[in-house]
Write a protein that binds this ligand. Structure first.
Ligand code: SF4
Ligand SMILES: [Zn+2]
Length: 205
């Protein structure tokens, strides 16, 4: 039975260029072997487990309504089970199936933001903390993880003057702020600093 899905359609199929199953020497038939041929299914799973685009592949499988192939190491029956548990929400199903919370964070970031038309992206939800799988995220933490797929280094700050803006271009963590600081203001990387580094040089800033 096909479960009705909720979620935005995939915007790009560029991920297919990196698909491990498209590499020379991989037999495409193992991805369509069916559950009656467990050895081939296992073989397909090994390829999927080392694939760098598992998240995109699984999201696409749900959006395309793929009822046949092994995708991201999951059979159609397993995919359906995750989708049913997630009540048809694709982002939640992918998050649960791959244990990858960034999928859900990206989904929330898309749903709760609105472009301004002049380069900014405003957060539209009025909560200060968003609970995702039992963990509270600040809006800036959520936006950073959704954009970069990894936690920030130190606090994330808005660099523009638009209240609630969470555009990629307008958020900076400590590491980004260091990189964008004028050269004469950047901390030195060695300790103790040379007298030529000038007064007040502090590598820990
Ligand atoms: S996850 Fe598996 S089926 Fe999907 S692109 Fe990667 S190797 Fe192919
Ligand atoms: Zn902005």
């Amino acid at each position: 039975m096909k479960i009705p899905t909720r979620g935005k359609p995939a915007r790009t199929s560029a991920w297919k260029d990196k698909a491990a199953c498209a590499a020379p020497g991989i037999d495409p038939d193992i991805f369509h072997a069916g559950e009656r041929e467990p050895e081939q299914v296992d073989e397909a799973r090994v390829v999927c487990n080392g694939c760098p685009v598992r998240t995109a592949c699984l999201t696409a499988a749900y959006e395309e309504g793929d009822m046949w192939g092994i995708r991201s190491g999951l059979t159609p029956r397993q995919r359906n089970a995750h989708l049913r548990k997630a009540e048809g929400n694709i982002a939640r199903a992918v998050t649960e199936a791959l244990d990858d919370v960034t999928v859900l964070l990206r989904h929330l970031y898309e749903v709760h933001t609105q472009p301004t038309g002049d380069g900014h992206l405003l957060w539209t939800d009025n909560r200060h903390f968003i609970n995702v799988r039992g963990k509270p995220y600040t809006v800036h933490q959520l936006a950073w993880l959704a954009i970069h797929g990894q936690p920030s280094v130190g606090h994330v700050q808005r660099t523009c003057d638009r209240e609630s803006c969470v555009s990629e271009a307008c958020l900076a963590d400590r590491a980004t702020r260091k990189q964008t600081r004028p050269r004469h203001e950047r901390p030195v990387d060695r300790w103790p600093p040379s007298p030529r580094d000038g007064p007040g040089s502090d590598p820990g800033r």
